[in-house]
Design a protein around this ligand. Structure first.
Ligand SMILES: Nc1ncnc2c1ncn2[C@@H]1O[C@H](COP(=O)(O)OP(=O)(O)O)[C@@H](O)[C@H]1O
Ligand SMILES: [Mg+2]
Length: 373
């Protein structure tokens, strides 16, 4: 049993971790309550239980030599419990910081990194003080459990703040100033247990309604890309991070701001499956086991990735032929059954020589395969 690796979470990131682990000679165990999850479907073993179920965690620890995560919200207590028995990467300490926007921002400030102006709203009693900071128009975000723009509301006036806070469940939140964005980018970095760093090319990201829509690498502005990469390394080192870390950035008025940290591989790094010597998921396996990191260099001059959200299934199944016939395109489907709007069902990657051209081709191909009314 010594060669099994575990992952908490059964989504598409977990699925690619499982596939990478298996291709590298390991067995893979998934802990995920949904019996029909993307990762569970390909795992050697699928423990169908809640992420914090003590019996399931004990079973995971018995079966595996090391455990990682594929989403940022497993309970810190569950990770601590596992850490007493086996290797857990990233550590519960790093995950605790990344899963709470308050600690994430505190950490960035302590590390000397710029973030968007913000206020913390933990109780309704904090509203007046937060409103006085005049962060409008702004976005109120729950401190924990948000993803793909969920748990967020735009606030135009101070008067809307209290209602929005209550609507979000009266849980701890941060209120951020809505920043004018020149661009968004991200960096995925892998850090090994000996401090070894492998970094992927910085990636340009476009979000629609708070959900990643399209990514292109390498990021066109070399100077910004290098600054973002250096920042991601600094963050990983300060967190004493072991694993794969995604760092999201804003460029606002020419200035680089840290948006958020993802303590796991990142959607914007999916292109590494088809256009890097080693994918972000292979690096995740290396960091988990303690083997030397792979070469993260790109194998193509440019790559674009577009997400396939459930909305595209509105008029039926995708008509995938044109994507499958295109030698520069790679179609990925995660095997999810219900195509709900906003749900990430798959993605499409196109490789080529120039960023603008692969990006246009990926968007065109996505439209071509989407059935219309
Ligand atoms: N303060 C902000 N100013 C401008 N745009 C923002 C701000 N916060 C979030 N956004 C937009 O919403 C997207 C999702 O927000 P983010 O905080 O990254 O949440 P999630 O955890 O859902 O990814 C961002 O990538 C960006 O496009
Ligand atoms: Mg984000």
């Amino acid at each position: 049993m010594g060669d099994a690796l575990g992952v908490i979470g059964g989504g598409q990131l977990g699925r690619y971790f499982v596939l990478a682990a298996q291709a590298m000679g390991y067995r893979a165990v998934v802990l995920e309550p949904d019996p029909q999850s993307p990762a569970g479907a390909v795992a050697d073993e699928h423990i169908v239980a809640q992420y914090d179920d003590p019996d399931a965690l004990a079973q995971l620890a018995d079966l595996c030599r090391a455990v990682t995560i594929e989403f940022e919200n497993p309970s810190v207590a569950a990770l601590e419990l596992l850490e007493r028995k086996i290797v857990v990467r990233p550590s519960s300490t790093a995950v605790a910081i990344a899963q709470d926007r308050r600690s994430e921002k505190r950490f960035c400030i302590e590390t000397g990194l710029a973030v968007a102006p913000f206020a913390i709203v933990e109780t309704i009693g904090d509203i007046t003080a937060a409103a006085a900071q005049n962060l409008f128009p702004g976005i109120i975000k729950t401190a924990g459990l948000g993803y793909d723009g969920k748990g967020q509301q735009r606030i135009d006036h101070a008067a809307q703040l209290a209602d929005a806070f209550v609507e979000l469940g009266s849980v701890p939140c941060v209120l951020e100033l809505l920043m004018p964005l020149d661009a968004e980018l991200s960096v995925v970095v892998a850090r090994g247990c000996d401090g070894e760093i492998a970094m992927f090319a910085a990636t340009h990201n476009v979000h629609i309604n708070g959900i990643l829509d399209a990514s292109t690498a390498p990021y066109a502005d070399d100077q910004v890309a290098r600054e973002a990469q250096a920042t991601a390394v600094l963050i990983a080192e300060r967190l004493n991070y072991v694993g794969v870390l995604g760092v999201e950035f804003f460029v606002s008025n020419g200035k680089l701001l840290v948006n958020e940290l993802a303590p796991r591989p990142h959607n914007s790094g999916h292109w590494t499956l088809n256009a890097a010597r080693t994918s972000q998921f292979e690096q995740q396996v290396h960091t988990l086991v303690g083997t030397p990191l792979g070469d993260s260099a790109m194998t193509q001059p440019a790559v674009a990735m577009v997400n396939l959200l459930g909305d595209r299934w509105q008029y039926g199944e995708l008509q995938t032929d044109s994507a499958r016939m295109n030698p520069r395109a790679h179609l990925h489907l995660y095997g999810k059954r219900a195509a709900r709007p906003g749900r990430k069902m798959g993605h499409l990657t196109v490789v080529g020589d120039r960023a603008a051209e692969v990006s246009a081709a990926a968007h065109q191909l996505r439209d071509d395969i989407t059935p219309s009314a």
